[in-house]
Design a protein around this ligand. Structure first.
Ligand SMILES: *[C@@H]1O[C@H](CO)[C@@H](O)[C@H](O)[C@H]1NC(C)=O
Ligand SMILES: *[C@@H]1O[C@H](CO)[C@@H](O)[C@H](O)[C@H]1NC(C)=O
Ligand SMILES: *[C@@H]1O[C@H](CO)[C@@H](O)[C@H](O)[C@H]1NC(C)=O
Ligand SMILES: *[C@@H]1O[C@H](CO)[C@@H](O)[C@H](O)[C@H]1NC(C)=O
Ligand SMILES: *[C@@H]1O[C@H](CO)[C@@H](O)[C@H](O)[C@H]1NC(C)=O
Ligand SMILES: *[C@@H]1O[C@H](CO)[C@@H](O)[C@H](O)[C@H]1NC(C)=O
Length: 419
């Protein structure tokens, strides 16, 4: 209420001043050290004045008597001027000492008018610098950022990745906002910090990129758990870590000498069965984390029958496996009885295509099916089965289901085999 009343009064005064021919100046103005400012009346009641005087406190800055301008004080000589038509005072090469109240007195023959304005001079903000952690920042440690600059600093603002940074559970601002203290840095605190220091006439900013080092966490090995003899295997180790970790692989506890994130083996033998352990080491956090993976090398052909695609406890899978085995045996019997001795041209293709996956057994199955199907004619593996033979559609569906669920690459390989 009080504020509104005041605004109302001021509005009325300004309106009255303008309409009744009062002398009015802007109430406040800002300037920069070394810069210039002009005080110019918003309204002026007369066209000409006999005496125009600008004062700073008690001191006369500049005075005009019937057009004759004088600057009594030496500190203003060379840096002030008066426009006798508009009454405007220009003040150049400002210093901090120029901050204060300026009064304009303008006299006509009949009356005297007075107006006031307040100047605030700021030193331009320059050389903003963020001081951040000098060493490496490790997750869980504390980190402080502080911002400084020369000049008159009125406001301080922090941004992180171009978003306003606000106090939170672990981010505390100092009373003047010049320092930010992160009590326990998390990996999410990595980013580009910008501080902007400003005053009404200038601002400056600096950026600091903070990288939070962490990990390795969630070390995982991806790869098959079973492979046929003479097949090939790739195990891929991954970890959440900054910086990227160094990897080391052991086999049954013995160093393999492999220091990349992947370990590949071609032409595996039974002696490759065992436990593969990947250790990820972060040289900044000085932490290491390991993950292990068991690999079993099986005899060629022993992974047939859908064993590999069986998910633990999947009763449906067991049923499918049984059906498949029966169908396969039936197919092989038909094949060997009727077409024994024919070269298995597609088997080579299967081995090449299936070489890098543990789904190899599926390609073998498909190859077998293909021979079987070719000779019985009509099979559409990609779409609806037009097969009429008992047992075979179930087998086909089972395979398709198993591969779509777990090993889609097996199906791709299959279509290559079919060509
Ligand atoms: C102060 O900063 C303002 C705005 O950045 C600029 O226009 C002015 O030239 C600066 N003055 C001096 C004296 O550096
Ligand atoms: C501005 O003022 C400073 C001292 O306050 C003086 O050294 C400098 O020469 C002045 N510059 C100009 C352009 O008058
Ligand atoms: C950060 O500031 C807080 C409080 O000012 C202090 O306790 C802490 O030790 C500082 N941390 C670092 C890394 O300087
Ligand atoms: C510090 O910043 C907050 C906003 O983050 C603001 O509300 C507060 O007024 C600032 N304090 C000072 C002293 O500038
Ligand atoms: C590796 O360990 C597994 C399991 O203990 C064992 O069966 C296998 O023989 C070992 N292989 C080698 C080469 O030591
Ligand atoms: C960590 O290792 C990288 C190279 O892998 C090296 O550039 C960096 O200086 C190392 N850092 C530390 C703290 O040892």
């Amino acid at each position: 209420m009080a504020a509104r009343a005041l605004t109302c009064t001021l509005t009325l005064l300004v309106w009255a001043g303008v309409s009744l021919g009062q002398l009015v100046l802007p109430s406040r103005q800002n300037g920069a050290v070394g810069g210039n400012v002009e005080f110019k009346p918003i309204s002026s009641p007369a066209d000409t004045y006999q005496v125009i005087t600008w004062r700073f406190g008690e001191n006369i800055v500049i005075r005009s008597i019937s057009g004759a301008v004088s600057i009594p004080r030496p500190e203003y000589r060379g840096r002030v001027s008066l426009d006798i038509n508009t009454l405007a005072l220009e003040l150049r090469n400002l210093t901090m000492g120029d901050t204060g109240v300026y009064t304009l007195i303008a006299d006509t023959a009949a009356s005297s008018y007075t107006a006031e304005t307040t100047l605030k001079v700021f030193v331009n903000v320059s050389g903003a610098t963020i001081t951040g952690p000098t060493g490496l920042v490790i997750e869980g440690n504390s980190a402080n950022l502080s911002c400084d600059a020369s000049g008159t600093i009125v406001t301080t603002e922090w941004m992180k990745n171009n978003q306003k940074l606000s106090p939170s559970n672990n981010i505390i601002f100092s009373a003047d906002n010049r320092s930010v203290s992160i009590s326990a840095v998390g990996r999410m605190d990595s980013g580009e910090y910008r501080c902007t220091l400003s005053n009404p006439v200038s601002s400056d900013s600096d950026v600091f990129t903070m990288t939070v080092n962490y990990g390795p966490d969630n070390v995982r090995i991806e790869g098959p758990s079973e492979v046929e003899e003479r097949g090939s295997v790739m195990l891929l180790c991954s970890a959440e870590s900054v910086p990227d970790p160094r990897y080391a692989w052991t086999f049954n506890g013995t160093n393999t000498g492999v220091t990349t994130d992947s370990l590949t083996m071609d032409q595996v033998t039974f002696s490759n069965s065992g436990t593969y352990t990947c250790t990820a080491w972060n040289n900044v956090t000085r932490r290491e984390t390991s993950a292990s993976h068991s690999l079993v090398v099986r005899e060629i052909g022993s992974l047939s029958g859908g064993v590999g695609s069986l998910s633990a406890g999947a009763i449906a899978g067991i049923v499918i496996g049984v059906l498949l085995g029966v169908a396969l045996v039936a197919g092989l019997i038909v094949y060997f009885t009727k077409f024994a001795g024919r070269p298995k041209s597609s088997s080579r293709g299967v081995k090449q295509n299936g070489a890098t996956q543990n789904g190899g057994e599926h390609e073998l199955n498909y190859a077998d099916i293909r021979h079987f199907q070719n000779n019985q004619s009509v099979l559409n593996m990609g779409g609806t089965s037009t097969q009429t033979r008992q047992g075979t559609p179930a087998m086909v569906r089972a395979h398709r289901g198993a591969n779509q669920g777990a090993k889609p690459e097996a199906e791709v390989t299959y279509s290559e085999v079919r060509k």
